[in-house]
Design a protein around this ligand. Structure first.
Ligand code: PLP
Length: 474
């Protein structure tokens, strides 16, 4: 063994302790850490792109890394990072994630270790948490983008099957064009259309309900009539990123009865609201979706990267048709919900289920629901304070955990965009709260998405104070 490897093997306890101390240094400073790393700390140190011919051992490597880059990281895991939809990591989830690396299992098949049994059990617990039926099958993937991709790949296979075509064997050209209908498809679904060979142009955007991002079922009905029997996939939103609008899923299911399309529900973060009895009704009907996306690294507060893709049980064989992987040294595919090698894009897979499993064990349904309820309460509080603060206005009522607002007098002119951008820049620089830009109904807006388990009332006060200061400086 190389002397440095032998040295590190002999000093494993010290190395892990050093990593733990380093992590604690970061985490304990989170509430005060600038939400955005200062620009001057976001650069690589000179020479750090050169491969070391001789190493320094783990202890020096970690120490040097932290010395050089500690200030280069954002407080994205902290309580006032409202940009995008950014979850943090609860203590149990974080600890479990470390154990995932230590145990280092390749969770791809249902033999060799207990890991896939735990993944299956985690899926089962998630279904209980979210009110999904046992008949939905699920696998862990790296994020909602991948869950959307997998779901739409199975949809593609199903649409082919309806017409006697095996797309996985014959290719998409044997089926011909697919129609994809949505009102507010997430950009990751549009990316998936490209990755799947369906093509971005296949997407037909239909109208939303007035003053809403939710699909207008009548407009959808009209589009389905016009589809005239073309293979059709409908992308429903269960929580849009700007206003957390939920499509009327029972209405969509009724249309599915008549038109026979594949219904995919992108519930990347909105789906987790089903853990709270207060908001579970928003998801009514999703139990019958053909496929569903739920992110774990957003509102479930596990570390990156983690999401779950659900497939209605009757479609599992189609999922195997798409993702089966034959090799002399591998177990042949069979239709089972824990045959992950044959159900997901990856061959080798991290033991991604463990952080969710541990978080559910540590905090239970109550604990997760409390995060949801608190985030929503605080989002509403932030909204009502912004509404009553000169210089701000809401762009939409707060339906759940995202506040979509604008600088007052914003009327969509380019000058307003510049002002908004300037405001966000100042906000980043102040470092107290991070928000991101958006456009809602052609108006330049700002989003604050609350999904972090640490966010408390005091964070809303601090955030608002910083927003007012930056507003006054624009
Ligand atoms: C975040 C998000 C995605 C993409 O998720 P990743 O985990 O970043 O891949 C897809 N859909 C919706 C609605 C989202 O909020």
């Amino acid at each position: 063994m190389h002397t440095l490897l032998q040295h590190d093997l002999d000093h494993l306890p010290e190395i892990l302790k050093q990593a733990c101390d380093t992590a604690l240094a970061h985490l304990s400073a989170l509430p005060e850490r600038p939400v955005c790393a200062p620009e001057e700390h976001q650069h690589l140190k000179l020479g750090d792109d050169r491969l070391p011919e001789t190493g320094v051992g783990a202890q020096l490597a970690i120490a040097q890394f932290w010395q050089d880059y500690a200030q280069g990281f954002s407080a994205s895991a902290g309580p006032r990072y409202f940009a995008f939809v950014t979850g943090g990591a609860t203590p149990a989830a974080l600890a479990a994630d470390w154990l995932v690396s230590a145990i280092d299992q390749n969770t791809q098949l249902h033999f060799d270790s207990v890991a896939s049994a735990i993944e299956l059990a985690t899926i089962s617990q998630l279904k209980q948490l979210l009110g999904l039926p046992e008949s939905q099958c699920g696998s862990f993937v790296s994020g909602a983008t991948m869950a959307n991709f997998v779901s739409m790949a199975i949809a593609r296979q199903w649409l082919g099957q309806q017409r006697g075509v095996d797309v996985a064997q014959q290719g998409l050209h044997a089926l011909g064009p697919i129609r994809v209908i949505s009102a507010a498809a997430h950009s990751s679904s549009v990316k998936a259309l490209s990755m799947l060979g369906i093509g971005r142009d296949a997407l037909v955007n239909v109208a939303t309900l007035p003053n809403s991002e939710a699909i207008d079922p009548q407009a959808l009905e009209q589009a389905l009539i016009e589809s005239d029997g073309l293979p059709t996939l409908v992308l429903a939103s269960a929580g849009t990123v700007n206003t957390v609008a939920f499509d009327n899923l029972p209405a969509l299911l009724a249309l599915r009865e008549r038109f026979g399309f594949w219904l995919h529900v992108d519930a990347a973060f909105g789906g987790v609201a089903a853990a709270s009895s207060l908001y579970a009704p928003l998801l009514e009907g999703w139990q019958q979706a053909d496929s569903i996306t739920v992110d774990a690294h957003k509102w479930l507060n596990v570390p990156y990267d983690s999401a779950v893709q659900f497939t209605a049980g009757q479609h599992l064989a189609l999922q195997v048709q798409v993702f089966q992987n034959h090799s002399a040294y591998l177990e042949p595919p069979s239709v089972r919900p824990d045959n992950y090698l044959h159900l997901t894009p990856e061959n080798s897979r991290r033991f991604r289920a463990l952080p969710v499993w541990m978080a559910l064990k540590a905090y239970g349904r109550d604990g997760i629901a409390e995060i949801i309820d608190r985030n929503v309460t605080l989002a509403k509080k932030l909204a009502s304070q912004l509404e009553h603060t000169p210089g701000f206005k809401l762009l939409a009522p707060v339906l759940l955990n995202v506040v979509c607002f604008a600088l007052d007098s914003a009327d969509g002119t380019p000058g307003e965009v510049a002002k908004r951008n300037q405001f966000l820049k100042l906000l980043d620089k102040a470092g107290v709260v991070r928000c991101t830009a958006t456009t809602l109904a052609d108006k330049p807006g700002i989003r604050a998405a609350l999904v972090n388990w640490m966010t408390e009332e005091v964070d809303i006060d601090l955030a608002l104070q910083s927003m007012i200061e930056c507003r006054n400086a624009v």
